[in-house]
Write a protein that binds this ligand. Sequence first.
Ligand SMILES: C[S@@+](CC[C@H](N)C(=O)[O-])C[C@H]1O[C@@H](n2cnc3c(N)ncnc32)[C@H](O)[C@@H]1O
Length: 225
Amino acid sequence: MRLNVRPHQVFLLHETPSAADRLATFVLPNDRTPKLLETAVLVALLKALDARRVLEIGTLWGLQTLNLAANLPDDGHVWTLDLGDEDLAQAQLDARDRVIAGLPRTDGSATRAFEDPRWRDRVTKLTGDSTRFDFAPLYGSMHLVYVDGGHDARTVASDTRHAFALLDPSRPGAVVWHDDGNPHHPDVAAWLDQVGRERDVFHVGETMVAFALNHAAGALARPLA
Ligand SMILES: C[S@@+](CC[C@H](N)C(=O)[O-])C[C@H]1O[C@@H](n2cnc3c(N)ncnc32)[C@H](O)[C@@H]1O
């Protein structure tokens, strides 16, 4: 089913004994960063799931990668995949994605955001086209997968299929999508409507974030349903 939740409902999933345990770390926003509320929702899910292993599809400048890495425990790790230069020519991208994929690989800084010496050990950069990348060695090992790569129907369908296979079924986990409801990327919402026929997909109000929890996260899902 497709369900709507409010951001605070997601924040409340992270139950903590004290305010200090709810502290989070974000890159302060400007016109190039991910939206603050969307990042907060993503980080709340990360913390509610006690996630330690995260995979992101679609790195771009590595800003959300940095937000993810900075909110993991010391033993946490993020894998982030983006097209390499040689993939760009062959990748099937819609017009808007081709513009974004063709942008310089940093936001003007010398390196991608997560390549700062304070965070880079927490991140593994993967290169390739997600529709052809061999995710199999990582299947069953992730606690959260963030799908924010290509936005055409074929790519979102393929990335979603891999994302669920990447989750570790033995512990709580989530697939999170960006651009649900983005008028520039209508295929995302259309595909999530399909996913919603088989499982609960939660759209977070005031954002373009949607997520699905795995079976082991059933206790977390109950207050949302
Ligand atoms: C919207 S940006 C990602 C933004 C990033 N997640 C953030 O919030 O900071 C989308 C990225 O996905 C990449 N991409 C598009 N199609 C892809 C594909 N088939 N495989 C891997 N990466 C892809 C693009 O190169 C682009 O960098």
